[in-house]
Design a binder for this molecule. Structure first.
Ligand SMILES: Cc1cc2nc3c(=O)[nH]c(=O)nc-3n(C[C@H](O)[C@H](O)[C@H](O)COP(=O)(O)OP(=O)(O)OC[C@H]3O[C@@H](n4cnc5c(N)ncnc54)[C@H](O)[C@@H]3O)c2cc1C
Length: 327
């Protein structure tokens, strides 16, 4: 019988990503209600020493697949290994991050296992020990409640930065075991040849705790320097609306929204962004939204926790100066 909750931990260059701890924390909350255990799967190369860290957030066991062909993510290798582990371990629930990697992996994995999958969820609960997942639909205008039928495991991905992190318990450590799997080189069709970091990128938007975003109201690419200055000061990442991206002011990787990135930072400062539904779809689950817009009727104010009706070219530099004084 299917037992326990598994999570797929994410690492990049040997460092565990925050989503791994968020998933472990959520799995622990659910597993406690079910009276079952939490197992994390960690894939990578020379990654074993990172495994016990997951125990502090609630993992009872970490299954480590350590192989140099797993050092960087590739769909075929990761799907193959995780599918083998899930088939032999038969977890009841399998959670992944709705990160770029997790979104790619989860769909393929669900297809490989022939089971159901709920993408980009923001809340989980249980009904008779079955997973109930809540996910935004219609560009965030409504929520769908998803349950699974004859699905072992029930697979769901969680939007990064949304699930509550457990306070790490330094006294806890997970049992670490080596994964049993086989990887046939002839089946691996992709290989990462090189990773080129985006210029100037600090933290990726999807993982950022703070985002300062600019839209058409920025009036031109040269003016983003005032956002960059503020962002540097508060350790934020700069984002943009599609209008700004379509105008060639910012790269597409900066775009927040339905056809850009879905973000959930603690703080989202929207500067000169009207708040079109497609933009809101990408940022409305942010914890605190601050809008700076000179139009009091701009729809962004309906979503904002704090709104400043003013010219951003006055407010942003003034805000930067004030923050400099207190830092
Ligand atoms: C299928 C589809 C997908 C889309 N996907 C996305 C997406 O992923 N992301 C996205 O962002 N959009 C997306 N859009 C576009 C979206 O509909 C809007 O057109 C876009 O978000 C508007 O960008 P904006 O708010 O920067 O520009 P505008 O709507 O033009 O708003 C500019 C705002 O700046 C304010 N402003 C101007 N000057 C100043 C100033 N000096 N100080 C303060 N405020 C000022 C104005 O009052 C205005 O509210 C999509 C559209 C479609 C049809």
């Amino acid at each position: 019988m299917a037992q326990g909750i598994w999570i797929v931990a994410e690492q990049r260059e040997g460092e565990l990503k925050k989503i791994s701890f968020e998933l472990t924390s959520e799995a622990k909350r659910l597993a406690d209600q079910m009276g079952q255990s939490v197992t994390a799967i960690l894939l990578g190369s020379n990654i074993r020493e990172k495994a016990p860290e997951l125990g502090k957030y609630g993992a009872d066991k970490v299954i480590v697949a350590d192989d140099n062909r797993l050092a960087t993510y590739t769909t075929d290798a990761y799907v193959s290994v995780i599918a083998q582990l899930a088939q032999s371990g038969e977890p009841a629930i399998l959670l992944l991050g709705a990160s770029v990697q997790g979104k790619d992996l989860s769909g393929r994995l669900a297809a490989r296992l022939g089971v159901g999958m709920a993408q980009d969820c923001v809340d989980f609960s249980l009904e008779n020990s079955n997973l109930v997942a809540k996910r935004p639909i219609y560009a965030g205008k409504a929520y769908a409640t998803v349950t699974f039928k004859d699905s072992i495991p029930q697979i769901a991905t969680a939007r990064p930065n949304v699930l509550e992190l457990n306070e790490p318990d330094e006294s806890k450590s997970a049992e670490v075991v080596d994964a049993e799997f086989s990887l046939d080189d002839s089946q691996l069709k992709t290989k990462v040849a090189e990773i080129i970091q985006a210029e100037g990128a600090k933290v990726d938007l999807t993982e950022a705790e703070r985002i300062v975003s600019g839209g058409r109201g920025m009036k031109g690419p040269e003016n983003y320097k005032i956002l960059e200055e503020l962002a540097d000061l508060i350790d934020a990442t700069v984002g943009a609306s599609r209008s700004a991206v379509d105008s060639g002011w910012r790269p597409h990787s900066d775009q927040v929204g339905q056809t850009g990135k879905v973000v959930s930072p603690n703080l989202y400062i929207a500067c000169g962004i009207s708040g079109a539904i497609q933009h809101l779809a990408g940022m409305s689950t942010s914890k605190y939204i601050v809008a700076i817009n000179k139009d009091p009727e701009a729809p962004i104010f309906q979503k904002a926790d704090y709104g400043v009706v003013a010219d951003l070219f006055d407010v942003v530099p003034a805000l930067t100066e004030e923050i400099k004084k207190i830092l």
